[in-house]
Write a protein that binds this ligand. Structure first.
Ligand code: ADE
Length: 267
């Protein structure tokens, strides 16, 4: 069995495996080891790689995830399209726990993370639309087909964590136009773009963030519990979406680096 793949899923909190009978591949990268071994298997005739973002035992907290190694490892296996499920907090009262959101924008409020492969030269990728339109469309159409209600747009605010936000921070993010909030959406999406990969986040709301919730604020316990309760729905959406991805990449993502000379991709 080959260890290459063309589609990958980067699993978030509570999603530590995806494929039965998959082959485990250990990958080394110029940026160190990824979060864990990658498992590679087959879904609807497609070679699919799975990488648990936090590691199988959830050993990497969000601000210390080896994001560059993760993206590099997947690309080195041949992956060109990535589905990125993640747990998020709702910044609007109508987005309660259990809601699926397909973000179309993000605001990166993180700092101090290794956020780019660019270490020399002029490589300024277009990131106006941070998610691949074709993969987003496939997710949306699949959710409609299998009957998973999905909020089709939204802005993810990405904070460093690992603590949750204060009520004032949370209200501020909501007032600034944020729809949902999490700790891992950046720099993952930007690194995927720097490798000219297609990437789409699929957000599952696990809690109402502190500025929306009038009572206890956010607890880790509820985030993990709600994600776990919805793991099978997320898994179903991921597997069905993989089967529905278009055969060819006709989106702008493959052309991202046209006219640039990214030293990191030229040995
Ligand atoms: N991940 C899940 N819920 C979250 C929240 N409320 N804030 C930040 N990250 C989260």
């Amino acid at each position: 069995m080959t260890s290459t793949a063309d589609v990958a899923v980067i699993g978030g909190s509570g999603l530590y495996s995806l494929l039965d009978g998959a082959r485990e591949v250990r990958v080394e990268t110029p940026y160190g080891p990824p979060s864990d071994a990658v498992t590679v298997g087959q879904v609807a005739g497609r070679r699919v790689a799975f990488l648990p973002r936090h590691g199988r035992d959830h050993r990497h907290p969000p601000h210390l995830i080896p994001y560059r190694a993760n993206l590099w490892a997947l690309r080195s296996l041949g992956v060109r399209r990535i589905l990125a499920p993640c747990a998020v907090g709702g910044l609007r009262a109508d987005l309660g726990p259990g809601t699926f959101v397909l973000p179309d924008q993000l605001v990166d409020r993180t700092s101090g993370r290794e956020r780019s492969f660019v270490e020399s030269g002029a490589v300024h990728v277009n990131f106006a639309d941070p998610y691949c339109p074709a993969v987003r469309r496939a997710v949306h159409e699949t959710a409609d087909t299998i009957g998973i209600p999905l909020t089709g747009t939204g802005t993810v605010v990405v904070i460093d964590g690992p603590r949750f936000s204060t009520r004032a921070e949370s209200r501020w993010y909501a007032a600034a136009g944020g729809t949902v909030i999490n700790m891992t959406g950046a720099p993952e999406a930007a690194l995927a773009r720097e490798l000219a990969l297609c990437y789409a986040a699929i957000a599952l709301v696990t809690d109402l963030d502190a500025g929306v919730d009038g009572e206890h604020g956010v607890t880790q316990e509820e985030v993990f519990r709600v994600f776990k309760d919805n793991t099978e729905r997320m898994r179903g959406l991921l597997l069905a979406t993989i089967a529905n991805l278009p055969a060819e990449r006709t989106c702008p993502c493959p052309d991202t680096l046209d006219g640039m000379q990214p030293a990191y991709l030229i040995p």
